[in-house]
Design a protein around this ligand. Structure first.
Ligand SMILES: Cc1ncc(COP(=O)(O)O)c(C=O)c1O
Length: 457
């Protein structure tokens, strides 16, 4: 009820922003986005911005797609909600599960729906624990990820994430969570050739498993096909398949987190398709609904699913799930998105226009700040350095990537500023080459403006 005695709170801090310097946003206020069309969004001040990051690398089909909006409206009118607990279901969710099994790698046969990526990672970790427990392998508890990997921020998933910023003060990683070095070529601990990076990664995984007591103690290895939040780090060709094979040999589960890379982002529907990799489990979200409505999912192989069915007492339900598991409106949205991906061949557009983007970013290498350029499809980054010869990083206190991000915004472009002075681009997959040229032009101006600011500071 309205309470007149309650003092009016500061309008800028009622809402707590995720992954934001809270003190900074209290001072500066938020950038409020009010509308979007195609690859452009408009903020509260009327400023039009090219969205070089598709929201949070999710609005793959672009903004304002009437097919999706109408599908959501139709579903809301017909049936806004149905539980999936206790054997209930709804038609769009059943149909979506069938479609996802049809479209995903051969090994994946069953789907568990969540609300987003973090709870899909969490559901995966719980399912793995349950699978090994019900099949009598009670000591398989350790999980291994990659340094710089990102697997969301649930209370368990945050520890599997290999970014130290997600660990500090949160008491993770947990004692059963471990990391091996990333395949990060620009700052490699394995060497620089493809062969060195692949054999080094496989050896690191083998050593880690051995150090943890062998395969009887290790449950799974998790990775993204391209590391996203770690700074868009693209592994050499053959890396994903080699890690898949290594996991099979080590008798541990191979889990691919395609939350960013799924649904055309790298130029195939799933990044696993590039090397015909068949994971034991796959995590998806973001592009599944293109951000129009929240939804994620875990896809799993038949062996794991059968254990959930056959290896438990008949009176014990699979006691995991959420009120909104298989939400009918999100499922209808996802089905409409899948149609668009297929009809408009968006994975192909991502490949072709992504090559144009990478070419354009390559030209930026002439700028003294640009140390590295990398990407796959419409997923790309540049790494800014203080010294290109030595690859020396900028002093973190200068906050160079945040400065470039702000300058880009002023120039009408949204980019992502990662830590370690990495700038990321992941525009909607409907983007054209002309839009990309404009984005590159605005990014170049932003970098130059940031350089001028620093010089004058
Ligand atoms: C690879 C990966 N996994 C998991 C997540 C977590 O997804 P969500 O933010 O929907 O919880 C993300 C989010 O960016 C991600 O990039």
């Amino acid at each position: 009820m309205f309470n007149p005695a309650k003092s009016r709170p500061n309008a800028t801090n009622q809402f707590i922003h995720p992954f934001t310097q809270l003190a900074e946003v209290e001072d500066d206020g938020p950038n409020v986005i009010v509308s979007g069309k195609g690859v452009t969004v408009t903020d509260r001040d009327g400023r039009e911005l090219l969205d070089g990051f598709a929201g949070l690398w999710c609005v793959n089909i672009g903004y304002g797609r009437s097919e999706v909006i109408e599908a959501a409206q139709r579903q809301m009118s017909k049936l806004p909600y149905a539980s999936s607990f206790f054997g209930f279901a709804n038609e769009p969710a059943l149909q979506l599960a069938e479609e996802l099994v049809r479209l995903s790698p051969e090994s994946l046969q069953h789907v568990f729906f969540t609300l987003g990526g973090s709870d899909a990672v969490d559901s995966t970790l719980k399912t793995i624990r349950y699978f090994f427990n019900v099949t009598g392998r009670l000591e398989k508890k350790h999980v291994i990820g990659l340094e710089r990997g990102y697997h969301g921020v649930s209370s368990t998933g945050a520890g599997l994430t290999g970014l130290t910023g997600c660990h500090r003060f949160f008491d993770v990683p947990l004692p059963n969570q471990h990391h091996i070095p990333s395949h990060y070529r620009y700052r490699s601990s394995y060497g620089v050739t493809d062969a060195e990076i692949i054999s080094g990664s496989v050896a690191a995984l083998e050593t880690k498993v051995a150090d943890l007591g062998g395969s009887e103690k290790v449950a799974a290895f998790f990775c993204e096909p391209v590391q996203g939040s770690g700074g868009v780090i693209v592994p050499p060709e053959g890396w994903l398949a080699a890690m898949r094979d290594a996991c099979a040999k080590l008798d541990i589960l191979f889990v691919v987190d395609e939350v960013i890379t799924g649904f055309g982002r790298t130029g195939q529907l799933f990044a696993c398709d590039w090397e015909r990799v068949e994971p034991d489990l796959m995590i998806i979200a973001k592009g599944l609904t293109s951000g129009y409505s929240p939804m994620g999912a875990v896809l799993m192989n038949d062996e794991i699913y059968r254990a959930l069915v056959d290896k438990v007492p008949r009176d014990l339900p699979f006691a995991h799930g959420f009120t909104y598991t298989g939400h009918p409106v999100s499922a209808a949205v996802a089905l409409a998105c899948l149609e668009i991906y297929e009809r408009e061949r968006l994975p192909e557009n991502s490949k072709v226009v992504g090559a144009h983007l990478l070419n354009g970013l390559d030209a930026l290498r002439e700028h003294p700040w640009v140390g590295d350029v990398r990407g796959k499809g419409l997923l790309a980054a540049i790494e800014l350095v203080a010294n290109r010869e030595t690859r020396e990083s900028f002093d973190p206190r200068l906050n160079v990537s945040q400065l470039v991000r702000r300058k880009a915004y002023e120039n009408g472009l949204i980019v992502r500023a990662f830590s370690d002075n990495i700038i990321g681009l992941a525009p909607p997959l409907v983007v054209g080459e002309g839009d990309i040229d404009q984005m590159l032009d605005r990014l170049t101006r932003a970098i130059c403006a940031a350089q001028t600011d620093l010089r004058e500071a």
